[in-house]
Design a protein around this ligand. Structure first.
Ligand code: MCA
Ligand code: AMP
Length: 488
C-alpha cells in the first residue's frame, strides 16, 4: 500500500487544516507531525485527548506516521468510562494540547504536549497495511464500550471508495463541526481531506452561523468558501430550521458542491426542506465504526431521500432474513426486509482483546453482521428501515447502549430500578428516556441530578433527557423488563 498521506511528503504551502485562527499548510503539518512522531516512536499505543483542535489532527497524523495506534478520547468522558477505556487499551502516553487540563483518570499516564508549530523531518510511514492505525471505542447493547481496531488498509480503502463515489479531490474544501473522537469526524472528516490533499475547515463546534460563514461563497471570510459539508442529521435538522429566515445560509448551502449526511437517518422532511430552500440535494452515506463506510448515494445524483444508496467500490453487501435466507435481486422490491451484512477491505481488524465478541460479529462464512435492517429497491439502492437491537439508541448521531446508562443509574443511591429507552425526537433523532423506580417514593432524585450523575460517570451525550418515575417496572414471568410495555 502506498502512503496514507501522499500530500504530506510533497510538503507544499497549500492549506491543509484550519481550526479557528490556527491554520497549517501541508508543509507545516508534515513538520509538526514529523517532530511528534519521533517523540512517540516505539510506544505500543497512545491516547489522544481529542478536542476539536489542530492539536488533535497533528497528534493523530503523528501517530499514523510513527506506526503507533492512536486511541481518540472524548474530552468530556466521565470517570467510569474513561477508566474503562484506559484500562482496556493501556496507552503508553496521552497526547494533549499544552493548555488542556486532563482529568485525574489520566494522571498515571505520561503526558506529551502537542506543539503544532514544532518542526521535524517527515517520518516514514509504516509499510504494513494491516498494522493497527486507530482504536475507536463504540457502545454495544450490553457491557462497556469495545475498542474497534482499524487498520491503515481499512482507512485507505474506505476513503478512496468515497472519493470515487463523490468525485472528492484536492480541490475540495471540507467544512464541518463534528467531534474528533469518532469515525465520522476523525476518519472521514480529518483523514479524508488530508488523504486527498485538500483542505479541512473545522468549526470548533457546530453552529448554523459557522456553516453560513464557511460554506459556499465564503462570505465575510475573504477567501474561497468550502465546497463540501459533512454533518449528522441533527445538524442538518438545525440548518433546515434556520433556512427560512437566513438568506446567507441559503446562499452558503446553494453554493456548496456536496452536502453529506450520515451516522443516522436524515428524515425525509428535512431532506425536502433543504432541497426546497436551496435547490441542493443532501446525499446520505451509511457506515459503522466497525466497517467504516459501506454505501453512499453517488455525488451529483438526483434526490433520493430515505436512501443510503449503493455499495461503495470494493464493498460486498447482502440482506439476510431471520431464517438465514439471502435476499437475491428478485427480492429487491422495496419491501422485503433483511439484515445488512458486509464484506470488504473497509472492515475493522477486531475488537481489542475481545476474540469472543469479534467472532460473534461475523457469520460462519465471514460476513460482518451490522444489526441494521434494510430493504433494496429494484435498482439496488439500500433503504435502512430499523435495527435489530432495541437496546441501542442513536441520539444526535451518537450510538449509546441502554445497558450502560441503566448500570450508571442503578449506582445512584436514590434509584432502586431503572430502564432506559430511546424515543423519537425531531432534533436528536432519538432522545434518551430513563424510567426510574425511586428508592424512596416520597423523595425521588430530581431529573437534573440523575442527568449530572450519568454525565459524571459516562459522558454528557449519554445523559437522560427525560426521567419518568414508576412504582415498579413491567416485567415478564422470568423477571425480564418489558420495555415495550413502558411506552404502552
Ligand atoms: C448539557 N451539557 C452538559 C450537561 N447538559 N454538560 C455537562 N453535564 C450536563 N448535565 C452541555 C453539553 O456538553 C454541550 O456542551 C451543551 O451542554 C449542549 O449539550 P447537548 O444538548 O447534549 O448537545 P447538542 O447541542 O444537543 O449536540 C448536538 C450535536 C451533537 C452537536 C449534533 O450531538 C454532536 O456533535 N453529534 C455528533 C455525533 C457524532 O459525531 N457521531 C459519529 C458517530 P457544548 O455545547 O460546549 O458542546 S457514528 C460514526 O462515526 C459512524 C461511522 C457514521 O456512520 O458516521
Ligand atoms: P456507530 O456504531 O456509532 O459507528 O454507528 C453506526 C450506526 O449508525 C449504523 O449501524 C447505523 O445504524 C447508523 N447509521 C450510520 N449512517 C446512517 C445513515 N445514513 N442512515 C441510517 N443509519 C445510519
Amino acid at each position: 500500500m502506498s502512503a496514507l498521506f501522499p500530500a504530506l511528503a510533497a510538503g507544499s504551502d497549500r492549506p491543509a487544516l484550519r481550526f479557528g485562527a490556527d491554520t497549517l499548510t501541508y508543509g507545516e503539518l508534515a513538520r509538526a507531525a514529523g517532530a511528534l512522531a519521533v517523540r512517540i516512536a516505539g510506544a505500543a499505543r497512545v491516547a489522544v485527548w481529542a478536542t476539536p483542535t489542530a492539536e488533535t489532527a497533528v497528534a493523530v497524523v503523528a501517530a499514523l506516521l510513527a506506526g503507533v495506534p492512536a486511541i481518540p478520547l472524548n474530552p468530556r468522558t466521565g470517570e467510569r468510562e474513561l477508566a474503562h477505556i484506559v484500562g482496556d487499551s493501556t496507552p503508553g502516553a496521552v497526547l494533549a494540547g499544552a493548555g488542556d487540563a486532563l482529568p485525574t483518570g489520566l494522571a498515571g499516564l505520561p503526558r506529551i504536549d502537542v506543539d503544532v508549530r514544532a518542526s521535524g523531518p517527515l517520518a516514514q510511514e509504516p509499510a504494513d497495511p494491516e498494522a493497527a492505525a486507530l482504536v475507536v471505542y463504540t457502545s454495544g447493547t450490553t457491557g462497556p464500550p469495545k475498542g474497534v481496531v482499524l487498520s491503515r488498509r481499512a482507512i485507505a480503502a474506505s476513503l478512496d471508495a468515497l472519493a470515487d463515489a463523490w468525485s472528492w479531490t484536492d480541490e475540495d474544501v471540507l467544512v464541518h463541526g463534528l467531534p474528533l473522537f469518532h469515525v465520522h469526524g476523525l476518519v472521514l472528516g480529518v483523514l479524508g481531506p488530508l488523504r486527498r490533499g485538500g483542505e479541512l475547515r473545522h468549526l470548533g463546534s457546530f453552529s448554523v452561523e459557522g456553516v453560513a460563514k464557511e460554506l459556499g461563497s465564503g462570505e465575510g471570510t475573504g477567501s474561497g468558501g468550502g465546497t463540501v459539508l459533512f454533518g449528522v442529521p441533527t445538524m442538518y435538522h438545525r440548518l433546515a430550521e434556520a433556512l427560512p429566515h437566513d438568506p446567507a445560509l441559503v446562499r452558503a448551502l446553494a453554493g456548496a458542491r456536496l452536502l453529506v449526511s450520515g451516522s443516522a437517518a436524515l428524515p425525509v422532511h428535512d431532506h425536502e426542506r433543504i432541497t426546497a430552500a436551496t435547490g441542493r440535494t443532501v446525499i446520505e452515506r451509511y457506515g459503522m465504526t466497525e466497517t467504516l463506510m459501506n454505501t453512499s448515494v453517488p455525488g451529483g445524483s438526483g434526490p433520493r431521500p430515505g436512501s443510503v444508496g449503493l455499495p461503495l467500490r470494493g464493498v460486498e453487501l447482502r440482506l439476510v432474513e431471520e431464517d438465514g435466507t439471502v435476499l437475491g435481486p428478485a427480492a429487491y422490491d422495496g419491501e422485503t426486509v433483511g439484515e445488512i451484512q458486509v464484506k470488504g477491505p473497509n472492515l475493522f481488524t477486531a475488537y481489542l482483546d475481545r476474540p469472543d465478541a469479534t467472532a460473534a460479529a461475523f457469520t460462519d462464512d465471514g460476513w460482518f453482521r451490522t444489526g441494521d435492517m434494510a430493504v433494496r429497491e429494484a435498482d439496488g439502492y439500500v433503504r435502512i428501515v430499523g435495527r435489530k437491537a432495541t437496546d441501542l439508541i442513536k441520539s444526535g448521531g451518537y450510538k449509546i447502549g441502554a445497558g450502560e446508562i441503566e448500570n450508571a443509574l442503578l449506582d445512584h443511591p436514590g434509584v432502586r430500578e431503572a430502564a432506559v429507552t430511546g424515543e423519537p425526537d425531531p432534533d436528536l433523532g432519538e432522545r434518551i428516556v430513563a424510567w426510574v423506580v425511586p428508592a424512596d417514593p416520597a423523595d425521588p432524585p430530581a431529573p437534573g441530578t440523575l442527568a449530572d450523575h450519568v454525565t459524571a460517570l459516562l459522558a454528557p451525550h449519554k445523559r437522560p433527557r427525560e426521567v419518568r418515575y414508576l412504582e415498579a417496572l413491567p416485567r415478564n414471568d422470568m423477571g425480564k423488563i418489558l420495555k415495550k410495555a413502558l411506552h404502552a
